[in-house]
Design a protein around this ligand. Structure first.
Ligand code: ZN
Length: 312
């Protein structure tokens, strides 16, 4: 992975980023101090009201995942551990596709950390099914795929887990068992690339977070492939502080460290800070049909895999 800059090198880059950094640190500190960040976050994501009810079947998902191992000898399925709520236990499943010869790169794909964002999970299942059917599909890449990080949330169509925790803010405190299991995975396996799949209900186009990734050409190529597929790209503000310019949110290293400092670290930020040289978070617009969201994920992931593997 010689072409990747180390975290320390990246931190020294770009005087422009440094100037913005001082201003943004000031704004963020002021917001954190006033409690505004929490208030804005609450308004953006809202309170999950209404009765908790089952909207999806985890046994059916498990059957679909386990069928992969019977389709292809190269695919295995394991449980990273179980989470328990209200007397029920859900395993967090990981699908792995090993490669015969020494692989060029090792990739982790994750979805469903927010249980009300089902397109990432569906895309990852379809992607795993393609890997199972065709051994030549990305034959030099070893994949680990966790389609549902938050099984209770996915079953009930809720953003948070069964204890009301937003798992994508749990990677500094690790009070949620799901986050502990993903931290354990990060501790025992080394990935060259990690992608976490999300959806956004406030935008009309695709965007992604490039987590401390200085490779401008790669990021632009990924967005170009979404556009080439005839799919919309978001240009403008998302949530509060972040701005997606032409579909790309530049999140330099200090923003990841800041999120850790205020105990709000996301899973993909955590993997990046723990040494994964490339990490991305993809967001598709929830207002589009599921098939379109899946097409967006496919276009951008294929661009990313082809570009990254091609450089090794
Ligand atoms: Zn999300």
């Amino acid at each position: 992975m010689g072409q990747h800059r180390s975290l320390a090198e990246y931190d020294r880059l770009s005087p422009m980023i440094r100037k913005k950094k001082i201003l943004l640190v000031f704004i963020c500190l002021a917001m954190a101090a006033s409690g505004a960040a929490g208030g804005v976050y609450w308004r953006v994501h809202g309170r999950e009201e209404g009765p908790v009810k089952v909207v999806r079947n985890y046994d059916a998902l498990r059957d679909r995942v386990e069928a992969l191992a019977t389709t292809s000898g190269a695919m295995t399925v394991q449980s990273l551990g179980e989470v328990r709520y209200e007397g029920s236990a859900w395993p967090i499943l990981m699908i792995s596709r090993a490669v015969a010869q020494s692989s060029k790169m090792s990739v982790l794909l994750t979805g469903g950390i927010h249980g009300n964002e089902p397109a990432g999970t569906e895309f990852l299942l379809q992607f795993a099914e393609m890997l199972a059917k065709d051994d030549t599909f990305y034959s030099d890449i070893a994949f680990d795929i966790v389609p549902v990080v938050n099984p209770w949330g996915w079953v009930h169509g809720r953003r948070k887990n069964g204890a009301g925790r937003d798992l994508n803010r749990e990677f500094a405190t690790f009070k949620a068992p799901e986050a502990v299991l993903m931290r354990d995975l990060c501790g025992r396996k080394r990935y060259d690339l990690m992608v976490d799949f999300h959806e956004d209900s406030h935008v009309a186009g695709f965007y992604f977070y490039r987590l401390a990734n200085p490779d401008e050409a790669l990021c632009r190529h990924m967005i170009a492939d979404v556009r080439d597929a005839g799919l919309p790209v978001h240009d403008g503000r998302v949530m509060t502080l972040f701005n997606a310019r032409e579909g790309i949110i530049t999140s330099p290293l200090w923003t990841l460290r800041f999120a850790r400092g205020i105990r709000q670290l996301s899973m993909s930020n955590y993997f990046r800070l723990e040494g994964c040289p490339q990490a991305f978070l993809f967001e598709t617009p929830r207002r589009l049909k599921m098939a379109k969201r899946i097409s967006m994920y496919r276009a951008v992931l294929e661009a990313l895999l082809e570009e990254t593997a091609g450089r090794l």
